[in-house]
Design a binder for this molecule. Sequence first.
Ligand code: GLU
Length: 285
Amino acid sequence: MIRTRFAPSPTGPLHLGHAYSAITAHDFARAHKGQFLLRIEDIDQSRARTTWENQIYDDLAWLGLTWDGQVMRQSQRAAAYSTALNQLWEAGLIYCCTCSRRDIVQASSAPQEGLSAHHTGPDGLVYPGSCRSSIKDRVWINGAALRINISEALKGYNSVTFKNIESDINRPVFYIKDNLQMTDFIGDFVVSRRVNEAAYHLAVVVDDTAQEITHVVRGEDLKSATPIHILLQRLLGHPTPTYMHHPLIRDDAGKRLAKRDDAKAISKFRAEGASPANIRAMIGL
Ligand code: GLU
């Protein structure tokens, strides 16, 4: 059975870009007699707000979208994230990193032998590897972040591959990132900001598996993060769904919409008298 999901972060109003993701994932599931699930990605408790969460339920209902089963909330999933982190730790794939952002910038501007060259990836500057040697200490430092040792993680494979829906929704094509691209442009990514504070990449993978998602539908801005998710699924022994990264809805100046772009908020169009059909027409669905 096909299962899709919509996974907004309650850190601002839903705008036309969110409507595009939610409607596409919903309609795809319904067209295949599958299920559409909702997950509130409130893992960053410093930014999540209940008012935005309530507005999400309200906007989705107004758009005519219904979801199946219970809503999953990341703020209640700490135990599942910690099981996954322990699994990676026991496998010797993650290490403690005490670098500040400043340390990373400094180390990147003065590359040393054995450390990665200065590149940027989905999370900004690719980590130069300064703390990587701490992996042998096997000590979990309180307050440290946890990073994947990407070279260890890639052992035994040549590339990271996933099925990606491009032009034909029923015929996904293979998307491939070879190991060199993974080490140079992704590097040792963070899986936990501190002990018991899972990072987005880990949470999204653990939750997509728990919700048994078969098709992840989301914006193109997350396409560069997808190889990270595939690698984590492989390391954790989870299945890999099919992906679909839809084009981003842009503002009139061609810039992609951000949470703060209240001008394109669904609630604003609602207040001005737009109908759900008008919203669909605006985004071409
Ligand atoms: N929570 C993310 C967002 O609101 C989406 C994550 C995902 O779809 O994987 O941008």
